[in-house]
Write a protein that binds this ligand. Sequence first.
Ligand SMILES: Nc1nc2c(c(=O)[nH]1)N[C@H]1C(S)=C(S)[C@@H](COP(=O)(O)OP(=O)(O)OC[C@H]3O[C@@H](n4cnc5c(=O)[nH]c(N)nc54)[C@H](O)[C@@H]3O)O[C@H]1N2
Ligand SMILES: Nc1nc2c(c(=O)[nH]1)N[C@H]1C(S)=C(S)[C@@H](COP(=O)(O)OP(=O)(O)OC[C@H]3O[C@@H](n4cnc5c(=O)[nH]c(N)nc54)[C@H](O)[C@@H]3O)O[C@H]1N2
Ligand code: SF4
Ligand SMILES: [Mo]
Length: 769
Amino acid sequence: MKRKAPEVHDSDVRLALGRPERSAAGLPSLAETIPRAFGEMGAGRGWKALRAVNQKDGYDCMGCAWPDPAERKAAEFCENGAKAIGWEAGMLTVPTAFWAEHDAGSLASRTEYWLGQQGRLTEPVYKPEGSDHYRPVTWDEAFGIIARELNGLDSPDEAAFYTSGRTSNEAAFVYQLFARAYGSNNLPDCSNMCHESSGLAMTETIGIGKSAVSYADFAKAELIIVMGQNPGTCHPRMLTALEEAKQAGAAIVAVNPLPEAGLINFRNPQRVRGLIGRGTDLADQFLQIRLAGDMALLQAVSKRVLDAEDAAPGTVLDHRFIRQHCRGFEAFREHLAKLDDEEVLAATGLGAGEIDELAQRYIHANRVIITWAMGLTQHRKAVDTIKEIINLLLLRGNIGKPGAGPSPIRGHSNVQGDRTMGIWEKMPAWFLEAIRGEFGFDPPARDGLDAVDSIRAMRDGKVKVLVALGGNLVHAISDTEAAEEAMRRTRLSVQISTKLNRSHAITGAQALILPTLGRTEIDRQATGEQFVTVEDTVCAVHRSQGNLAPVPADALSEVAIVCRMARSVLGGKVSVDWEGLAADYDRIREHISRVVPGFENFNARIRAKDGFVLPHGPRDSRTFPTPDGEAHFTVSRLETITVPPGRLLLQTVRSHDQFNTTTYSMNDRYRGVHKGRMVLFVHPDDLAELGLDDGGYVDVHSEAADGRDRVLRQLRLVAYPSAKGCATAYYPEANVLVPLDSTAEGSNTPASKSVVIRLEPAAAPAFGA
Ligand SMILES: Nc1nc2c(c(=O)[nH]1)N[C@H]1C(S)=C(S)[C@@H](COP(=O)(O)OP(=O)(O)OC[C@H]3O[C@@H](n4cnc5c(=O)[nH]c(N)nc54)[C@H](O)[C@@H]3O)O[C@H]1N2
Ligand SMILES: Nc1nc2c(c(=O)[nH]1)N[C@H]1C(S)=C(S)[C@@H](COP(=O)(O)OP(=O)(O)OC[C@H]3O[C@@H](n4cnc5c(=O)[nH]c(N)nc54)[C@H](O)[C@@H]3O)O[C@H]1N2
Ligand code: SF4
Ligand SMILES: [Mo]
């Protein structure tokens, strides 16, 4: 199995720029998919893997949190699902000799692309204090080191336990149990950087932070508004649901600074017509909004709805719904009466006619869904913006009826389930009480640290041990330099991972890497083969069981690693049968069934072929689990970002060939970029105004309140049809520009989609060999 990693070109030496594509999927997509997956795995393993993905008796795609339809097709995956599978299940492994050949410092000079191409991690490795080399250790040694360091801390809060959203419900549950039994609520997760703003805004207004629609609702909607989301790349099978909705008569509106492929046109690879035809124009209306303009847009649409009601009383609002279920309507109405139209036009960059059209569509549709993702959550005013979505929907009772509701579309495949299982630094008292009732120990009551605050605490020497169940914290979080400095100050970092990434290269005094199994792989424990469970973005829980022989024969499952770590750290401190839990995941599910509401009789119900859908008061019965039992209109003062002259507002996005910090290839086909990532997309008029040339190079400086000069050097300018005044670069390369202190109010999510930047002309990079 230990073949040599391929030569990879991980600089932009061969960068090529073409025209962006308007449509997504269809033939080019299938042509990309099959060889990609099979190239890594070989045909036999490749077919086996693709046949089982998203099938009822197979494993859940680790790509994203988009749900599965009730009726599965033979091939129930997309191009990017196949890439995720190929990346995980490819046969290449990191050989033992690698660790002698490469020190951690030299790994830090490599790109994520190169690191990921080295293959699967196969053995635990340890970097002792004073050495820059990892060396193989046994599992027992590894757990001994963790126990020594964690038990040597002055307080349990000097440790933090990070989770990335690929982790299963079972692993997440035992992990939070371990952290709390150890004594800390420091459970930062990727959700802190992702949909935290959605969870907060929705919990405050409707009492629950999860999507209020089911898969079937998409086909029943009359209007679907897709805001701040690029489904063609990030949730590709959502395009199928949108196409079906459209065929059933729905109108679709896209709100985005970029004309993202797929929303504009979609060719469905599941249909012959889609493979060869011109496809469906998905978006009936495209509002090319300025970055961070959505709060203004939503307030303006709500105001028009209220004005229409004033003009024809009793015909526009759902008065019965507002009377029976809502609070705060009058204050909301009064507040919007004062909305400044000029401010709206300046903030959105839209014409009044475009906003009128959207308002008319909204008023004339009886069932409306609004979906969103990072384009809304990663701004300073993210929480208030999402509250405006709720306001708009409440006006016409668009929640708790078929084909209607707010729907955040989650990112990682089980990020929502991890939260349900207790991965959160602020789990409510009832959850902690249930843990106490079930396991007989007192979990800590004080709130723990989120992702940004964990970095701050590491920087300040307050958190000394970081354990990470998946993910790539130093490269996913904002302010890369600050994050790396923080990580270097720790005593020990422990990364439980499938493949190499930057968080393995940037280490504290000591570092451990523990190799783990992936979703595709057979997980055999003392009582036999195990399955795990996941929750998708519409609250459906189903099982997931890999069918491939594990690539790393000596890797342990996430559950096994967490349980063995817990046993060696905690000894007999709490009476949890960690060994028994790892031997038989049904036992974990029994605990879950008694601790987490909605999971009653978990083991029996999960074995029913389709799994089950978690209860959701607002969706199911218009019961709102807020303190007063009502849905809340909220009043938020409109605050817009003023970008000083000669500056642009920058957002950081994913390319079509990456999954978060993982780079599958250096291409972004839909945006016309090939063999490179160090680019900056800017509107041609902005280039002209700034006196810069398409194809030229610039250093990008971010301008932050703290006055520190953060710079990303030598980006190639690409003239691009984006909203004016807005620039776009790739995440995670551009994270250096996002100040750690620049976060969304309330949710503390890095504001990685509104960074004020200044461009300075630069020389072309001199590429090394
Ligand atoms: N292939 C692939 N799939 C993925 C991922 C991946 O990296 N690769 N990541 C997964 C994860 S964890 C997540 S969270 C999701 C992310 O899914 P997305 O949120 O769709 O991903 P981003 O690339 O961040 O794209 C943000 C989109 O919002 C738009 N946008 C930015 N700012 C604004 C704004 O102010 N207003 C409006 N209206 N639009 C704006 C951008 O132009 C872009 O289209 O995808 C998941 N799926
Ligand atoms: N500037 C900017 N920053 C952002 C964002 C942005 O849009 N712009 N998006 C934010 C968002 S939405 C998110 S979710 C975060 C993502 O933050 P993370 O979740 O921390 O990052 P990932 O890149 O998804 O993590 C990839 C790593 O996970 C490990 N891994 C993969 N599969 C498995 C598995 O099955 N088990 C285990 N244990 N490990 C595995 C591999 O080692 C891989 O290198 O980044 C955030 N950062
Ligand atoms: S839409 Fe998401 S979950 Fe579905 S196959 Fe594609 S990447 Fe996987
Ligand atoms: Mo995410």
